[in-house]
Design a protein around this ligand. Sequence first.
Ligand code: GRF
Length: 218
Amino acid sequence: MANLQNDRPPAAPVRLGILLSGRGSNFVAIAESIRAGRLKGVEIAVVISNVADAPGLKKAKDLGLPTAVLVSKGRARAEHDADVIACLRAHGVDLVCLAGYMRLLSREFVTAFPERILNIHPSLLPVFPGLEAQAQALDYGVKVSGCTVHFVDEELDHGAIVVQRAVPVLETDDTHTLAERILAEEHVAYSEAIEMVASGEYEIRGRRYVKREREPGG
Ligand code: GRF
């Protein structure tokens, strides 16, 4: 499978395309990690929202980043995705990061960026995929939940896992408090996963992300 370092100029920053639909706290955490020098070797090429008044979009503008609004409501998925793909390509995006992007991707989209799309999900996948993962965890009565950053394939919340972080579920939790504590871990996990993928120093064996050690002198 295509490792994103294979067909890029060496030492050029990996260009991220962020897709969001709402609040954008994961996007802001990624931008802050880059600004603070904790997440190296990447830059944000564009922030795209499918919702015109998404707060995350405003935050991107405030940070002076390139933005695009491609409203999805009322449009056929394939048609809208084709516009998003064109926008990502126009901005030279190497790695797509879904950050609260409330829309399923078409097969064409996934195929256009093979092993180059990441998503973050607020549960320890494969349990509790889909919407309201934190409520699902509480309702089921698990004692540990967390978050997962994974590659996106054609199935919902399904591709190979890059990073997971666990969060205890407390007896006093409601969906709000649990979601808040998971979110704090998401903000760490996403930058960590982006660095792990942008490095190119890995391979996917079956479903497993396996770190590849550098060749001596390489
Ligand atoms: C996060 O909980 C993320 O895991 C899920 O959607 C939420 C987005 O939050 N996919 P934000 O917009 O990044 O604040």
